[in-house]
Design a protein. Structure first.
Length: 106
């Protein structure tokens, strides 16, 4: 698969899951592409006033599609999307949940 900008999408390739650094780099690229602003992993995206709840939903869709996760319920809290670091933690948490639920021992 490729990203909207035409780059190879390493997240969807077979093999080991991307590292935290790879997830963060991909998110920082996505944010920079969408906002034309350079972000730091620990920077509060909403404190600067440039982000909206609509953009938060775009982040949700991007994370779900890119990392093949489902974000719902309590995981939709704005705090999970405030920083790139928080989003990386969320992706890892949900991947752990998906892995655990996928291994039913059938």
């Amino acid at each position: 698969m490729t990203t909207p900008s035409g780059r190879a999408d390493a997240v969807h390739t077979a093999g080991p899951l991307p590292s935290d650094e790879d997830i963060a780099a991909e998110l920082l690229d996505f944010l920079a592409e969408r906002t034309r602003t350079r972000w730091e992993p620990d920077q509060d995206l909403f404190a600067v006033g440039g982000m909206s709840s609509l953009f938060a939903m775009q982040l949700v869709v991007h994370l779900e599609q890119t990392h093949q996760i489902a974000i719902s319920g309590a995981d939709l809290m704005l705090d999970n999307f405030r920083t790139v670091e928080a989003m990386v933690r969320l992706v890892n948490k949900l991947r752990g949940s998906a892995s655990a639920s996928g291994s039913t021992g059938e």
